[in-house]
Design a protein around this ligand. Structure first.
Ligand code: FE2
Length: 512
């Protein structure tokens, strides 16, 4: 619901008693175009969607807006020419929220394309397109994206994604990177690691200034969850990889979460409170698909067996780190774990897509005898993974498909309750959708692991891109879409492989 002016004044007043009330500009005058970061929509339901923009005439320097609240009008139309307006309203773009706008539109019809735009003063935004969720669907198509390190490539993947026929884009994290790393940079962050709210806002603005990323937001509604780099590499809950004082780190996390909220088309329920921000959620697509979107960063146990004097992850021989098998370790936290189990048990959907940020399948990284594991993904929390997969099996959750990111490679894997027992049944299927730009590990290393991980059907760490999923009652077809040259913004794309999951039969089969 749009926030009324009175509510807004009350909110602002309670935000910081010491701060003076913001002035309200109903008819702002802009010397420079304020919609430099484009428009976006997200979190579609059967009746509505969230519309987003941010007024930022100087996007890389704090936004360039006055310390005043601004009235922003929005319109939704059934046609691109805005002849048939079906909804309109006004939101307040407040300086406390970096003049971002999150308009929650209701009263729309299900399974329809809509067009939307914003107006502040005489400045009109580009037109965005969005789509509501269906009440009953026979098919749907969505794309999985993650990991878009700005310096390591151009967003050719998004340039191609906008040509696809999609109902939804799901982004599973590393939407921004706080750090500069990797080789052969094609462009630069231009600033150091963000720490303050102003820093994180400028980093988000830099990424959002990319025309191809904007185009992908303009073309489809998105649902997003974050991974570590939205805050800091490998952070876990209140622990930074440098073991900063938790109180200090949580202040940084609060800044990072707030900037994330300000730049993603999130509903009001996600609005952060200090260092806490609810992000996990569920989205229904007309009985055909339920998306269970997880947050495995905010509530997780600290990674086990870190290097001396450090937080964060390592690759450890299993024999040297018995702590890994502690059943108390959690990746989701108790409340989210219960929420997920309840949702899976109650779901009436044909396909249950579990969208999360890290890789779920076990990957033994020690060729031959013995095992070693990376402690940042589910491999660092094997008992929590076992609990989830056992729950999925015992409750006969319909067609569980796990989608993930983080590891910068395409992975197609079968998920079982016990990866070390070859007779253990396959209970779910996993697809990791490589990265939009972020660099992957050498192919040789990946190949050396192959014999030790027979449940992994396919890997490719050298290609960047995304994955599309076609869902019908009978099957889920995943297409692994690979950009040819990530240093070329106009690079071609091709389908590297196609895999199918048949209804009622967990596990991936080659072909589509
Ligand atoms: Fe990443």
């Amino acid at each position: 619901m749009p926030v009324s002016r009175r509510q807004f004044l009350i909110c602002t007043a309670s935000l910081a008693a010491a701060a003076p009330l913001a002035r309200l500009l109903a008819q702002p005058k802009f010397e420079k175009y304020p919609y430099t970061l484009g428009v976006a929509s997200g979190y579609p339901t059967q009746q509505g969607v969230v519309l987003w923009t941010r007024l930022a005439p100087e996007p890389l320097a704090g936004g360039g807006m006055p310390q005043a609240a601004v009235e922003v009008a929005w319109e939704v139309a059934a046609d691109e020419a805005f002849r048939r307006i079906v909804a309109r309203g006004t939101e307040i773009a407040a300086p406390e929220w970096a003049h971002s706008v999150h308009a929650e539109v209701t009263g729309l019809e299900p399974a329809r394309w809509y067009f939307y735009r914003f107006r502040a003063g005489d400045a009109v935004s580009p037109v965005g397109r969005t789509r509501t969720a269906p009440t009953r669907a026979e098919r749907m198509r969505f794309a999985l994206a993650s990991c878009q390190q700005y310096e390591q490539g151009f967003y050719a993947a998004y340039r191609h994604m906008v040509q696809e026929d999609l109902d939804l884009v799901i982004h599973v994290g590393d939407y921004i990177y706080e750090s500069s790393w990797g080789r052969n940079h094609v462009r630069s962050h231009g600033t150091g690691e963000p720490v303050t709210l102003a820093d994180y806002r400028n980093r988000h603005a830099l990424y959002k200034s990319d025309a191809d990323l904007q185009a992908a937001h303009t073309a489809f509604p998105w649902i997003a969850t974050w991974d570590d780099h939205e805050v800091q590499n490998d952070y876990a809950n209140d622990r930074s990889q440098y073991l900063d004082e938790p109180r200090v780190f949580l202040e940084r996390r609060a800044a990072a979460y707030r900037a994330y909220y300000e730049h993603i088309p999130l509903p009001a329920w996600a609005r952060p409170r200090g260092p806490d921000m609810r992000l996990y959620t569920r989205a229904d697509f007309g009985g055909l698909a339920a998306f269970h979107v997880l947050d495995d960063r905010q509530y997780r146990s600290h990674q086990v067996c870190p290097r001396p004097g450090r937080g964060g992850s390592t690759v450890v021989p299993a024999a040297d780190c018995p702590e890994r098998s502690d059943a108390k370790l959690t990746l989701l936290g108790a409340a989210q774990e219960k929420w997920l189990q309840d949702g899976l048990a109650r779901s009436g959907a044909r396909w249950n897509v579990i969208a999360q940020q890290t890789m779920m399948a076990q990957v033994d990284r020690m060729p031959g005898e013995g095992q070693s594991f990376w402690t940042d993904g589910w491999d660092g929390y094997p008992k929590a993974r076992g609990r989830l997969l056992k729950f999925v099996a015992e409750n006969r959750v319909a067609n569980p498909v796990v989608i993930g990111g983080d590891v910068h490679m395409f992975v197609v894997a079968d998920l079982m309750t016990d990866f070390d027992d070859p007779r253990s049944p396959v209970v779910a299927t996993e697809f990791v959708g490589t990265s939009i730009t972020s660099q992957g590990m050498p192919r040789k290393r990946l190949e050396s692991w192959r014999d030790d991980n027979p449940h992994i059907h396919f890997t490719n760490s050298t290609r960047r891109g995304y994955t599309t999923f076609d869902l019908t009652a009978k099957r889920c077809v995943a297409r692994l879409r690979a950009v040819w040259d990530v240093t070329d913004p106009a690079s071609s794309i091709r389908t590297l492989a196609t895999y199918t999951v048949e209804d009622g039969r967990p596990g991936a089969q080659r072909g589509g």
